[in-house]
Design a binder for this molecule. Structure first.
Ligand code: DCP
Ligand code: MG
Ligand code: MN
Length: 379
C-alpha cells in the first residue's frame, strides 16, 4: 500500500506497473537520462491497458510502447520479485538526495544538483542555508503533505466543494475534474479543475468569475495559498486563465465517517527518511492536509482541446501532438489547427486555421485516430 501510484490494485500487472513507475521515479530524481524515465513510464502505461499478467520478455516486448530495457526488467521482476538496477538506484545516496530535494515543490533537478554540490545534505540544510523562492518555501514548509497522494474520494470531495462555491456565484458554470482523476486513477498528485461556461467564447469573461471564486474560497479558508505562476509553465497561454495554489478540505467534508480515508492519505510514497512535522494532529485528532489545486479557465469553444490536454497523461499528450504534426496539423490546449505556416528554422508564422476545439471526439476523428476513453490514456 502507499506505493501504488494511482494504479487500480485489481489490475493483474499492478505490482509490475508499480515497479516500472518506481524505476521512472529514480530516473526522475537522477535528473539526467530523462529518456529512461519516459521509457519506463510508457511501459507502465502500456501495461495498464493489458488484461492478462505479463511475465516474460517475449510477452512484454510484443506490446506497443514497451522497449527492450523495460521488457528485460519486467521479466527479471516476474522471475525474482526484484530488479537489481532499481535496488542500485534506490541505494545510491546521490540519487536519494536528488529525490529528497526535487520533491520540494518548485525545485528541479538542476537546482537540487547545485545544492548537493554546495554540500547540502538535509532538508534542514536547505531550510537554514538555501535561498528559496516563495513557492519553494511553501514546498518546504508543507513538504510531507504536498508529497502525499490524494485518495480519489478526497479528490471528489475537494471537487464538490469547489463546485458548490462556483455555482453559488454563477449557476451556469461547468466544472470538470481532469488530470489523473479523469483517467481513473485511484489517487492523484494534485487536483486539476477545468472551468467553463456555455456561451463564453473568451477567457476574458471568465476571469472575473475566477477572481470572485478564488476570493470566496480564500476567505472561507479552503484555499490556503496562491503559488506564483511558473515562468516555464507547461500551459502555453497567457496567465490569468489559471490559478495554482493549495487547498484544504474542511473537516466535516472528509469522505468516510470514521475518517479512515484521512489516514490512508497519509501513507506517503516517499522514503520516510525525514520527519513529518506538519501532520501533527490537533486537539480533536483531525489534521488538515494541504493539497495542490489547479483551476483552469477554458472558453466553451475550446473545451474539447483543453480536456484532451488536461486529461493527459503528459506522454499521451506528447504522442498525440506529434501525430497531429505528422499529419500537417497542430494540436494545443486550445484546438486542432491545419496548415501551420512555418518559416526559416521551422519557426511558426501563423497559427493556421482552426479545425476543431469544442469536442474531444471530433478532434480524435479529425486526427484519424480511434477514440480513447480517458482511462485509456496512460501513455
Ligand atoms: N500536462 C502535460 N505536460 C506537462 C504537464 C502536464 O501535458 N509537462 C498535462 C497532462 C496532465 C495534465 O496536464 O495529465 C495535468 O497535469 P498534472 O501535473 O496535474 O498531472 P496529472 O494530473 O496527470 O497527474 P497527478 O496525479 O500527478 O496530478
Ligand atoms: Mg493532476
Ligand atoms: Mn495539475
Amino acid at each position: 500500500q502507499g506505493g501504488l501510484k494511482g494504479v487500480e490494485s485489481e489490475n493483474p500487472n499492478a505490482e509490475t506497473i508499480n515497479f516500472l513507475l518506481e524505476m521512472a521515479d529514480e530516473y526522475e530524481k537522477k535528473g539526467d537520462e530523462r529518456f529512461r524515465r519516459d521509457a519506463f513510464r510508457k511501459a507502465a502505461g502500456a501495461l495498464k491497458q493489458q488484461s492478462v499478467k505479463i511475465l516474460t520478455f517475449a510477452e512484454a516486448i510484443a506490446i506497443d510502447n514497451i522497449g527492450k530495457s523495460s521488457a528485460e526488467k519486467i521479466e527479471e521482476f516476474a522471475r525474482t520479485g526484484r530488479v537489481k538496477k532499481l535496488q542500485n538506484l534506490q541505494n545510491d545516496p546521490m540519487v536519494k538526495l536528488q529525490g529528497l530535494f526535487t520533491k520540494i515543490y518548485g525545485v528541479g533537478p538542476s537546482l537540487a544538483d547545485r545544492w548537493i554540490r554546495q554540500g547540502y545534505r538535509t532538508l534542514d540544510d536547505i531550510r537554514e542555508k538555501a535561498h528559496l523562492t516563495a513557492n519553494q518555501q511553501i514546498g518546504l514548509d508543507h513538504y510531507d503533505e504536498l508529497n502525499t497522494r490524494i485518495p480519489r474520494k478526497e479528490v471528489e470531495a475537494l471537487g464538490a466543494h469547489v463546485v458548490r462555491a462556483a455555482r453559488a456565484i454563477d449557476r451556469d458554470v461547468q466544472l470538470i475534474i481532469g488530470g489523473s482523476y479523469r483517467r481513473g486513477a485511484d489517487s492523484s498528485g494534485d487536483i486539476d479543475i477545468i472551468i467553463t461556461r456555455q456561451g463564453m467564447s473568451s477567457t476574458g469573461q471568465l476571469i472575473d468569475f475566477l477572481d470572485e471564486l478564488v476570493l470566496k474560497l480564500t476567505n472561507e479558508g479552503f484555499l490556503t495559498v496562491a503559488l506564483a505562476a511558473h515562468r516555464k509553465s507547461h500551459v502555453d497561454d497567457t496567465d490569468g486563465n489559471k490559478w495554482q495554489g493549495c487547498c484544504v478540505l474542511p473537516k466535516d467534508e472528509y469522505p468516510g465517517d470514521d475518517g479512515s480515508e484521512v489516514d490512508d492519505a497519509n501513507t506517503s510514497d516517499n522514503d520516510g527518511s525525514h520527519e513529518r512535522p506538519n501532520n501533527k494532529s490537533n486537539k480533536d485528532g483531525w489534521r488538515p492536509i494541504w493539497r495542490r489545486i489547479d483551476l483552469l479557465l477554458v472558453p466553451a469553444s475550446q473545451l474539447g482541446a483543453a480536456l484532451i490536454y488536461f486529461t493527459g497523461n503528459d506522454i499521451f499528450n506528447r504522442s498525440i501532438r506529434l501525430l497531429a504534426q505528422k499529419k500537417g496539423m497542430r494540436l494545443n490546449q486550445r484546438g486542432l489547427y491545419r496548415d501551420v505556416l512555418r518559416g526559416k528554422g521551422n519557426v511558426k508564422i501563423a497559427e493556421g486555421e482552426l479545425i476543431e476545439g469544442e469536442y474531444e471526439r471530433k478532434i480524435f476523428r479529425h486526427l484519424g485516430v480511434h477514440w480513447r476513453e480517458p482511462h485509456e490514456r496512460w501513455c
